[in-house]
Design a protein around this ligand. Structure first.
Ligand code: 6PG
Length: 226
């Protein structure tokens, strides 16, 4: 796994913006649309804000949420809210998880159906961005949760006992189909995980270490400065 490591944020962000352009250009040429699944949390927000300043064909780009907390879209914890704020003004389409309806199970099924409709079968995102939590989770694939074992579904409802909340998450199966996966991480708490990933440590058992790609690339963009 290729590790791009930076000691401060500007070159870290610059490198991802350049990589976004080198990935997105050919995708648009080949298929007319650039499909990207975004990670949530707080780390990626400055990247999304930087991308939003790009002169970019946003009308031919479609953004999805790789996972979502089961809260309303205006809730402070909503990943959709964070992404929508960051990309404000671009007019880009953000496929929202309808987390205000029914249950996470119903929401996961509806979101998977939308992904399959938009991207075909198997749905192959041009780029999937993932974070890594302080417990080694990625997307909402938390240690010792049911979704870790899900092989058939592409989006799964996942109860996270330690947080006492429901989420929906991309499954390892959906991640496998991606053309490119980036782990976007920042700060010392993520170091042990990115070292293990960069060394393809066979003993690594945390959820992010189980991410695989059938035919795509997996890279890490890490900024050591918190
Ligand atoms: C979420 C994310 C999650 C996140 C990690 C890291 O919904 O929380 O998708 O997987 O990427 O928790 O979060 P930070 O980057 O904010 O540390």
């Amino acid at each position: 796994m290729i590790l791009h490591e930076f000691s401060e944020p500007t070159p870290w962000l610059d490198s991802m913006v350049t990589a976004w352009e080198s990935l997105g250009g050919p995708a648009l040429q080949a298929r007319g649309t650039f499909h990207v699944s975004l990670s949530g949390g707080s780390t990626p927000k400055p990247l999304y804000q930087r991308l939003a300043q790009l002169k970019w064909p946003w009308s031919a780009t479609r953004l999805y949420l790789g996972d979502e907390r089961w809260v309303t879209p205006d809730h402070k914890d909503s990943n959709y809210r964070m992404v929508n704020e960051a990309f404000h003004g671009t007019g880009v389409h953000i496929e929202r998880v309808h987390s205000e309806i029914a249950t996470a199970e119903v929401g996961a099924r509806a979101y998977e159906k939308q992904i399959r409709t938009d991207l075909g079968d198997p749905p192959r995102f041009d780029l999937i961005l993932l974070g890594i939590g302080d417990d080694g989770h990625t997307s909402s694939l938390f240690p010792e949760t049911a979704a870790l074992k899900e092989e058939k579904l592409l989006m799964a409802a996942n109860f996270v006992p330690k947080l006492g909340v429901w989420r929906i998450t991309s499954t390892y199966t959906l991640l496998r189909y991606a053309r490119a996966i980036w782990f976007v991480t920042r700060g010392p708490s993520k170091e042990p995980y990115i070292r293990a990933l960069a060394q393809d440590d066979p003993k690594a058992t945390f959820p992010a270490a189980k991410v695989r790609s059938d035919r795509g690339t997996i890279e890490i963009y890490h900024c050591s400065q918190p």
